[in-house]
Ligand binder design. Structure first.
Ligand code: ACM
Length: 789
């Protein structure tokens, strides 16, 4: 395996090397047990701006008896946060005191009013028994404490003391907007979860939570003046037969799904975030993504009465442009600004397809009356009015990059670039501040690996490494224009994240990469160095009870029949980040630090119980995975192992809608052309095919792309699974009626005995699997195919 570049030469393992300051060993212990190595000041995430070499060799010992000193409100507040955090995650119970004179030993937090108050700047100095953190800004003192917490948790295990290497960190952020967007509209998350996420963001030195609170599928913020927004707009019945059968005993009707945040809850969350130096920027998406609002108050729309949407994708309902609608918006924003002190309010502005504005006589009359050439100009006029409204409240407008269209964007407005970086470049050149949150690079709803154990998500791979390598300031901007780049933001759209565990899987550890992108000076960004700091970061996630993804590190296996040897398989192992060592066992036991390290392809007897885990030195980094090596493993493929028929399809990983409680399976499917190929399936020794099929609701609004969906005509009323040999375009070889699967919300196994293929047929042929669909609201999917000998 490739090992990350060592931060200090000569060490045996990357992890121990990075975490140990080789040059500054702790004082000799008098006890017989060896003392742990000192923690290097570089061992934090995000990487600090500067680390000065120490002038002494005396690491500072921190243990449960260490005294913590802070005076004044600012430093005491940070100290109390630090005490709680360290207690919770490292077990040391410090108490806080204000000393009469400067202490000689311990930890000291100092708020230096009048000192360099650059937001986020701090200095952490460890020497001669004392760790001191100074800052002239509250956020800086807080970040200094977060860095010290990281130093105290940089070594796994629970040794009774930590030695912090002598030296000095001087640190400040590269960008002022270090953001994460959470979509609470598509799925509602509890206030407790929002706080958990805020806590974790703060520990990554992120400072902006962009909270997507309204959309077609839900309105989640209580507005006192318009109670129907949450009485109606916050609830929906999920699509599909499983949800329709899930009857709420209280109402006798299908259970409603949703929720909203009361104003009290929001105030509490905003205050909680502020204590952690996080600003919450609320988003009220307008004029599109407004179907839930229109469901609650149809007079806001263009004449229709839609329900709250249960679909994903591009919806066509827009707010209208009547004065009464601006009164509504004004009243909503009045309440929004009293809840959120953020200088920015996000007004959305994205994906407002104009069909209904075009078709509405009233909207067209208003457009002409305003002397506006087209609907883009009308949206621009709409956005400019919102900017004026917000200015009256002393707030600034920010919106998705569509707000650039139509030519009327006020100079004070900021632009969030999501359709790649073009919007950021155009906006910065025009003098607008910009935040980079381009798809797919920073969209955390994209899958982080193509392995079959990933939960649901969108298709573009956004790996830990690809995110780490994202550069927020586009190279196209000159130095003056680049000053408008305020930072980068990752977006967590949650269509495919039904649970908060799913959100955590999507966010961590990619948030650590985002943190470093936003914080560390560009020249300090170093992928191998980042990887070397990750095992400790993952241990922190475990201490914080965050269900992080192991996607970058989990061992992956490729199993093939051994050429010219019966009853044997060849196995290659790897992990995505190419990090650590893969240790394996062949007797079913858990791999240990003493298990052999994988170096080259293994040839094993079929059926050997191979188990693999990733280690870094003697520390296990991942859970272990069992690799199936039996003959049957070679004769089955799951949907993620089959090939989609189109190379550039929209291959989603979708979750089944059944069962209503408990784990549900995931399927990889191109929602434009649900078609899978098993290239060169071994048919000479196959007598039958077994195919597990499932179905999911087809709840995608594809707007103009809907015409590109491939629909195949059924031969019978209930539709069929068709299997073709060779090309997908030819005549079906086998047609399996879906009838046995109808009405079964879970998976059904269909079986076909193979007819003779004729003399001279190749031993292996491509098999192509498609469904004919009698009903466009159901998407049939292949879960697994087995070649039965
Ligand atoms: C977006 O992803 N529609 C901003």
């Amino acid at each position: 395996m490739i090992r990350p570049k060592s931060l200090c030469a000569g060490s045996l393992v990357g992890l121990a090397c990075v975490l140990a300051a080789c040059a500054h060993s702790p004082p000799r212990a008098t006890k017989s047990a060896p003392e742990p190595a000192a923690v290097a000041l570089e061992a934090i995430v995000p990487a600090p701006a500067e680390v000065a070499p120490a002038t002494t060799r005396s690491a500072v010992r921190i243990d449960a008896t260490t005294r913590l000193y802070a005076c004044g409100d600012e430093a005491t507040a940070v100290a109390q946060y630090f005490v709680e955090l360290v207690q919770r995650t490292r077990g040391f119970a410090f108490t806080v005191a204000c000393p009469e004179k400067k202490p000689a030993t311990g930890i000291r937090l100092v708020f230096d009013e009048g000192r360099d108050a650059l937001d986020g700047w701090y200095r952490l100095k460890a020497d001669s028994g004392l760790v001191e953190i100074h800052s002239g800004s509250r956020s800086g003192l807080f970040y200094g404490a977060v860095s010290l917490w990281q130093l105290l948790t940089a070594q796994t295990g629970d040794a009774s003391a930590v030695y912090v290497a002598a030296g000095e960190i001087t640190d400040w952020p590269r960008y002022p907007w270090r953001g994460l967007m959470l979509d609470s509209a598509r799925h509602y998350q509890s206030p407790a979860f929002i706080k958990k996420l805020i806590d974790a963001m703060a520990l990554h030195k992120l400072n902006t939570l962009h909270w997507h609170l309204t959309d077609d599928q839900g309105w989640r913020i209580e507005i006192k003046k318009y109670p129907r927004l949450t009485e109606i707009g916050a609830w929906r019945v999920p699509p599909g037969p499983a949800a329709a059968k899930d009857i709420d005993p209280e109402t006798g009707k299908p259970r409603r799904y949703g929720g909203y945040y009361t104003q009290d809850e929001i105030r509490d969350i905003v205050a909680y975030a502020a204590q952690r130096h996080i600003t919450i920027v609320p988003e009220i998406d307008m004029p599109g993504h407004a179907q839930a609002a229109i469901a609650a108050y149809p007079q806001l729309g263009t004449g229709e009465r839609p329900g709250v949407s249960t679909d994903w994708g591009i919806h066509t309902y827009l707010l209208n442009v009547e004065e009464s609608t601006f009164t509504f918006i004004e009243n909503v924003l009045d309440e929004v600004v009293t809840l959120f002190p953020s200088p920015y309010i996000h007004i959305g502005g994205d994906e407002a397809v104009k069909d209904r504005w075009k078709a509405s006589k009233r909207v067209q009359a208003r457009r002409r009356q305003l002397g506006l050439a087209d609907e883009a100009a009308l949206q621009s006029w709409f956005v400019a009015r919102l900017a004026t409204l917000l200015e009256k409240h002393g707030r600034k407008l920010i919106g998705w990059d569509e707000i650039l269209e139509g030519g009327r964007l006020p100079a004070s407005a900021s632009v969030m670039s999501w359709r790649g970086t073009a919007g950021a470049i155009e906006a910065a050149r025009a003098g607008h501040d910009v935040v980079l949150s381009p798809a797919p690079d920073l969209y955390l709803d994209n899958l982080q690996s193509d392995a079959g154990d990933e939960p649901s998500g969108r298709p573009s791979l956004v790996t830990l490494e690809s995110l780490y390598r994202f550069e927020p300031t586009p190279a196209e901007l000159d130095a003056e224009q680049a000053k408008h780049v305020r930072g980068a933001q990752a977006n967590v759209w949650v269509e495919h994240m039904r649970t908060t565990a799913r959100v955590e899987h999507a966010v961590f550890p990619r948030l650590a990469a985002l943190a470093e992108v936003n914080w560390a000076p560009r020249e300090r960004r170093d992928w191998p160095g980042f990887l070397a700091r990750l095992p400790a970061q993952l241990a922190r996630y475990r201490a914080l009870d965050l269900a992080y993804a192991e996607s970058a590190f989990l061992p992956r296996a490729s199993v093939n029949a051994a050429a010219a040897e019966v009853d044997s398989v060849d196995i290659t192992l790897s992990n995505q980040a190419n990090f650590g060592e893969l240790r394996y066992t062949l007797d079913g036991s858990e791999p240990a630090a003493t298990s052999p390290i994988y170096t080259t392809a293994l040839r094993l007897r079929t059926g050997t119980p191979l188990r693999v885990a990733t280690f870094v030195g003697s520390e296990r980094l991942t859970r272990s995975t069992a690799v199936a090596t039996d003959g049957a493993a070679l004769r089955r493929r799951s949907s993620s192992e089959l090939k989609p028929c189109r190379d550039n399809g929209l291959l989603l990983r979708l979750e089944d809608d059944a069962p209503t409680t408990g784990e549900r399976p995931f399927y990889s499917v191109d929602i434009f052309d649900a078609c899978w190929i098993w290239p060169q399936a071994e048919l000479a020794t196959t007598t039958a095919l077994e195919i597990d099929v499932g179905s999911v609701p087809y709840n995608f609004q594809l707007w103009r792309d809907a015409k590109n969906v491939v629909l195949r005509k059924p031969a019978t009323a209930s539709g069929e699974l068709e299997i073709r040999r060779g090309r997908c375009g030819g005549k079906p070889w086998l047609r399996l009626p879906l009838k046995p699967a109808l009405g079964n919300a879970e998976r059904t196994t269909l079986r076909a005995e193979l007819p003779s293929r004729g003399k001279g047929s190749a031993a292996a042929e491509d098999l192509c699997f498609v469904f004919t669909r009698p009903d466009t609201r159901t998407l049939w999917v292949v879960d697994q195919v087995r070649l039965v000998p």
